[in-house]
Design a protein around this ligand. Sequence first.
Ligand code: NAD
Length: 503
Amino acid sequence: MSDLDRNLAKLDGYLARFRDSGILNQIGGKALPAASGARFETRSPVDESLICTVARGGAEDIDAAARAAKAAFPAWRDMPATERRTILHAIADGITARAEEIALCECWDTGQALRFMSKAALRGAENFRFFADRAPAARDGQSLPSPTLMNLTTRVPIGPVGVITPWNTPFMLSTWKIAPALAAGCTVVHKPAEFSPLTARILMEIAEEAGLPPGVWNLVNGMGEDAGRALTEHPAIRAIAFVGESKTGSMIMKQGADTLKRVHFELGGKNPVVVFDDADLDRALDAAIFMIFSLNGERCTSSSRLLVQDTIADDFEARLIRRINTLRVGHPLDPATEIGPLIHKTHFDKVTSYFDIARQDGATIAAGGARQGKTGWFVKPTLFTGATQDMRIAQEEIFGPVLTALRFKTEDEALEIANGTQYGLTGYVWTNDLSRALRFTHQMEAGMIWVNSENVRHLPTPFGGVKASGIGRDGGDWSFDFYMEQKHIGLALGHHPIPRLGA
Ligand code: NAD
């Protein structure tokens, strides 16, 4: 039996329970169908086969979930943080125990390759442990004495929050948003992406089995335009943590305006990897390939624009083409696979439409540029060369295994191209000139920059983007800043003079 067959057999076992009942919502500790009885289907991008049906929640279900989150909030807020810490560690234990199930389901639901997803569950567990350990200190504040007052600050959880997540790495991103919310003392209504509902349900079950009280974490599946929208408009929901496209973020900001929602947005990117001719070119090549072709290129932090200095461009591009043509596109459950199918036909159509756009704009398709196979949403890893800054392939987020290469002569030109999009999530700079690295990163418009490295996430550091790539930061204490309110308390030290009006 091959590894692939073994994984398929295991997956079949894990999915069996979803086939009869489908995926249900979870509201106030109860597994429920949608109030309307509506369902939608989730299908695998590998072969379009039906995985199961999913409760299609709407405004009524969101209202029930928001009320449950509101009712559960005071007790969860007031629970000693050390007890919350214990529950969050128990959730991490549960994730680790079900890591294989999570990985296989995630791959089948999203098309992501197992070689990357096998670690996603463990990263998710790590997110819970990281914020669990910080929970006891989350409320700590400062003492800021003045001559007349002892001024104290403290932080309190903001209240029930809405979490809306995308389909690209749904499990990891859900843990990334929900773990700090719970650690801070907030209750949650989670609306996962409609294209990838499987692991959100598993995660929710793990949480309640680990001892999370009913109503602290509610799950409502459904479409963005109804369930998602209703969540952003609900008056009991104090804040929305959103990960997804920039244009959806803009819609959410409008939808949340009437109820004055606090928002945290992690949005799109068109991230540059800038390779100067003095760099370690072997490592730069490895990193550039990894950062655009891992996770099917469906990765917000992907290096989707290669900016290469003209003195080395011919050679660098030639080496790149050879490597791209040997990338292994295949079944996501095959451990050898490096690139799986794209999530859905809609997204496949979007990604492949850029092949014609590239041709029309005058770029060259130097590798790939076509579908792979006849079944499933597989795309050949693609490289566009000869691109210029004004082309759509150099400006728009394609979100697939597609790299646009641009050339530059000088450092100033590189900077102008790097900063010349609406986005500003990540940047990658390859140079061995220390002063140039400092100069360049200082002027780069991006929330996160790595020098001589691929994206290596370190949980205490701030994660987020500038410009159309986001508002706010995750990680370390920044997550608590979003999920908590600062409070100031001033205590008089004595009898300072109080203005006596009307005396
Ligand atoms: P999307 O914006 O289409 O959907 C994301 C979520 O928003 C889904 O759950 C969807 O149902 C919901 N939604 C859609 N319309 C809504 C509305 N009007 N109101 C409320 N909710 C609504 O994004 P996607 O296609 O699922 O994900 C891909 C995008 O996510 C890419 O742009 C990618 O760069 C971005 N992303 C960003 C980060 C980051 O950290 N910056 C991480 C991962 C993905």
